[in-house]
Structure formats: C-alpha cells, structure tokens
Design a protein around this ligand. Structure first.
Ligand SMILES: [Mg+2]
Length: 127
C-alpha cells in the first residue's frame, strides 16, 4: 500500500481546522493542523509534507507572508500551496497565482468539495 499523502492545514479558526482535519483524515490523508503560521512552518520544516492548505487571514503572519517565507527555504519551497479563503476577489487570485498557489478553496466549502478538490490536486500533480 502506498503511503498516505501528508497535508498541513494552517487556519486560525478552530472549527475549520477540525472540519478539514476530519474530512481529509477520513479521506485517507495524514493531516497536521496549525492555528498560526509559526506552528505550521515548524511542522513543514520537520516533516515531509506533500501539500499545504493555507488560510490567507491569519494573525501576525498572514498567508501571503507564509508563502514568502516558504519560497526562501530550500525544503519548504517545494511544497505545493492551496489557499483556503473567504476572500476571493480577482486581486487575491492574481497575487496567489503569481506567488505560486496551485489552487483556491473558497469558504464555506462542503466535505465533498474539499475532498474532491484535494484528490484532484494530487492527481494533477502526479500527471
Ligand atoms: Mg483566518
């Protein structure tokens, strides 16, 4: 059996973190959660991670800043990033794509939305 893909989720809203964690764990993924950027970065430095789901609006260090920090790190810059966001104006989308986000998942999302988007991302990345 192939090893479960490993996903880090950074979101400051605990209910979203719990929901995403439960859905993706049930979907067969290994999930690491972090309530802030600092904790998420620590996990990504320590563990082998296949995907980051990243909230934009975070306290202190926001999602854009996290992407910048990741880009400057040899290990973290290889991790694909999908933004979890309620803010989906075209400006955010353009910045996100320019900064290297692979996808956007708009809040609110259902369990099915989330799981199929994540499954698709891995399918796409493996092609
Ligand atoms: Mg937030």
């Amino acid at each position: 059996m192939s090893q479960a893909k490993r996903i880090v989720v950074i979101d400051d809203e605990e209910d979203i973190l719990d929901f995403v964690s439960r859905v993706l764990t049930d979907g067969g993924y290994k999930v690491f959660t972090a309530k802030n950027a600092e904790d998420g970065i620590e996990v990504m430095k320590k563990e082998e991670i296949d995907l980051l789901l990243l909230d934009i609006m975070l306290p202190k260090i926001d999602g854009w800043e996290v992407i910048k920090i990741m880009k400057a790190d040899e290990k973290m810059k290889k991790i694909p990033v999908a933004m979890l966001t309620a803010r989906l104006d075209s400006h955010d989308k353009i910045i996100g794509l320019r900064e290297g986000a692979v996808d956007y998942i708009c809040k609110p999302f259902t369990a099915d939305d989330l799981l199929s988007r994540v499954n698709d991302m891995f399918k796409y990345m493996e092609e």
